[in-house]
Design a protein around this ligand. Structure first.
Ligand code: ZN
Length: 414
């Protein structure tokens, strides 16, 4: 590599990719595995392999120190973290989430509901609804914050947050369904996906799932809106088996795979993708050592994929396919590595701080490992097979990301 090329590479790494370490060029020894024809890379050390060693050591230490039994979920402790946000200004570093205010409300409300339905009281529900409607134009579509443009992903979070508020003060009747329907039609792209906003915005599996979820929740999922959407999502499945953001040009990723599979579930078309490759890809996200799930090949374990990948697994189960992840192992990762007695809230991995996003998706992932579900092709009809008080958390619908009880109430009201 020439000096100029190296300079360009360094500039790209530092300015665009945010990499802290320099690129290291290394020639790896290749060694043939005795038992198979697989080529093993034995000496290639990368940023990821070094980081993984650190994470693995921390996980193994926790497994050893916490013993064979899983700790219980420290619900009251985590509640204190969630309640804090309703009575205090959020820390400065959260200013980056100024355009994601409906998300913060959805995450906190959903976490409280899952741990104890009574913890999301009427006064909090009222405050959530007031804030959401203030950050909207004509009661929908919704914006990320006051004075911002309507945004599809924020509208998804706002509808889910409202669904958790039990129609307090008739808030469900205030949602501007017709306005949201016209707006969604205007966001439709020629390739079958949906853009995030009218003027500018990306179009990918994430935005397309959000459009389908919002439309299904509000009972406005018309054939006109669904035109070409199934084909768009199916084209996003990659050679690895998972799904990327855009058709035929992206890397398989846990978040995008959830969006594509949940979107196909809403369209009752899951079986049209390559199920065996998808199952294999989901299985490969779980490592035997850390026991949790990662979002991509050669990436680190992360608690939020307990939901993104865990929900794909549950959706496949509700379609009649067998589970492709080890649920007891995932529970162990969540309870031993994603929670600590030092700080309330749940985290990505040991060494990271808790945040609202990870608290919600770790809790939802844990819930999915606890419950078993009936087989159905209808995303909104997914229900648990047994009602019992042995569960630590309420049951979640793996397609909509909401407690089943709240979703049922909201849909029956619609
Ligand atoms: Zn994460």
């Amino acid at each position: 590599m020439s000096g100029q090329d190296l300079k360009t590479l360094k500039f790209i790494n530092a300015q665009f990719l945010g990499r802290k370490r320099p690129t290291i060029e290394a020639i790896s020894d290749e060694q043939m595995d005795q038992d198979s024809s697989m080529v093993c890379m034995t000496s290639l050390s990368t940023e990821t392999t070094e980081d993984r060693e650190e994470v693995l050591l921390e996980c193994l230490e926790l497994f050893e120190s916490l013993g064979l039994e899983n700790p219980t979920l420290l619900k009251e402790f985590h509640k204190s973290y969630l309640d804090y946000s309703f009575n205090n200004a959020l820390p400065r570093q959260m200013k980056a989430l100024d355009a994601s205010q409906p998300w913060i409300l959805y995450w906190i409300a959903c976490s409280l509901r899952l741990m104890n339905r009574e913890w999301l009281g009427e006064d909090i529900q009222r405050r959530i609804c007031k804030k959401l409607f203030k950050a909207s134009l004509e009661n929908g579509p919704f914006c990320g914050g006051f004075g911002q443009d309507p945004h599809l992903v924020c509208t998804y979070a706002a509808i889910n947050a409202l669904a958790l508020c039990d129609n307090v003060d008739g808030c469900w009747d205030q949602i501007n369904r017709q306005g949201i329907y016209k707006w969604l039609l205007a966001l439709k792209s020629d390739n079958g996906g949906f853009r995030t906003g009218l003027v500018v915005g990306e179009c990918d599996t994430r935005t397309t799932y959000c459009a389908l979820s919002v439309a299904a929740m509000l009972d406005i999922l018309t054939p006109e809106l669904c035109q070409g959407v199934e084909q768009f999502l199916l084209r996003c499945q990659t050679y690895e088996g998972g799904f990327g953001a855009c058709p035929q040009e992206d890397e398989a990723h846990g978040g995008y795979t959830f969006c594509a599979v949940a979107g196909l579930a809403i369209l009752e078309s899951v079986e049209k993708c390559n199920i065996s490759m998808l199952s294999e890809w989901c299985s490969a996200r779980q490592t035997a050592e850390e026991k949790g799930l990662s979002g991509r090949s050669n990436k680190l374990v992360d608690g939020c994929y307990s939901y993104w990948v865990g929900a794909v697994n549950t959706i496949l189960e509700t379609q009649g396919y067998s589970s492709c992840i080890d649920k007891p192992a995932l529970q162990e990762y969540i309870l031993k590595c994603c929670q600590s007695t030092e700080r309330p809230g749940l985290r990505d991995k040991p060494g990271k701080s808790p945040d609202y996003y990870h608290t919600t998706y770790v809790l939802m992932g844990l819930s999915l490992t606890e419950h078993s579900f009936n087989t159905t092709k209808s995303a909104s009809a997914i229900s648990t097979r047994e009602e019992s008080d042995k569960f630590q958390l309420g049951a979640v619908n793996p397609v909509f990301g909401l407690p089943i009880e709240d979703l049922r109430k909201f849909l029956s009201h619609t």
